[in-house]
Design a protein. Sequence first.
Length: 363
Amino acid sequence: MELMQNEMTPRERLTAYARGEEVDRIPTTLSAGETIPFLYGISIREYYFSADLMIEVESRMAKDFGADNMGMGLGLRTLAEAIGTKLHYTDDNVSFITEPIIKDYSQLSNMSTVNINKDGRLPILIEAFSRLQERFGKERIISSGMAGPLTTACALVGADKFLKDIIKRPDEVRLLMEYSTACVINCARDLNAKLGISLSLSEPIASGNLISRKMFERWLVPYLKEIVDAFKTFQNAPSLHICGKTKDRWEDLLTCGISGFWADNCESLQEIKAFMGDQVSISGNVTPVEILRNGTISEIDEAVRICILEGSDSPMGYLLCPGCTTPVGTPKENMIAFMNAASKYGRSAKKGYPCRYAEKNIR
């Protein structure tokens, strides 16, 4: 299968779309950095520690798929690792936490925020970002994403302990949240100052599958508001991704001032558009595993068509993407099919207007 060619570069497309101009196709991203090296015969373990391999993967993805995003994600664990949490790395899957850094909350009194120039894998990522900017900066907008304060806090103490302590030890958890919030702000600010990149946020721990709305309001909303306000001093307000069920907390999200919301595939794009599309941009949400990784070409094609049909006329803009990270093991042909469907059904996209090519009777 060959990739359909488009008329505009990703930078041209994203810039024009943001201005409200018509573009060649709907803006489309694949969140695939740390999950894709294995596709190219590269050990994921080696990828994590090599700027050369990061650049190779980003370059090959740009050529093979032509998605509008470029840049290694800090993901859910890089910031926590830089603070001291220990991770385990394997050749064929993403890293996972083996030992949280905080055993006792009294440690917080002696902990400083992260130094991007020396802590964890951040210096490797900085080198890779700098080289990507030099090579692709004229045609692509280089950016990244990182865990928000709640997910970072969990990675510092362990999810089980955190979820128990928000009930049993709220005063100590409050100190932890203040610390993780400061770390997110300082890391993003310093990366922006050094590299000129903008960062989005991910908060899987904020899902309705894990915490109640009451806990969401207490343990994320005030800290996310603080982060958004801080981000706006050095970049635009960040967009936010939350896995799983989120409908009961959409109203709270809007009060935080985020610029966009990337929804998981379990939520309805039409409902999201109706609720918040006139206030923030929306993104989503082709099913990652059953459709993008395991689906047929025709199933992927139809899923993309439906997402564009439902989301493309969102007033503040729509970004086509999977409902979550592109899974490890997704075939190259499936990702090409995803991008080709975006080109086919998302032709002549314009913010706030429906893509008529996504209608069933038009091809």
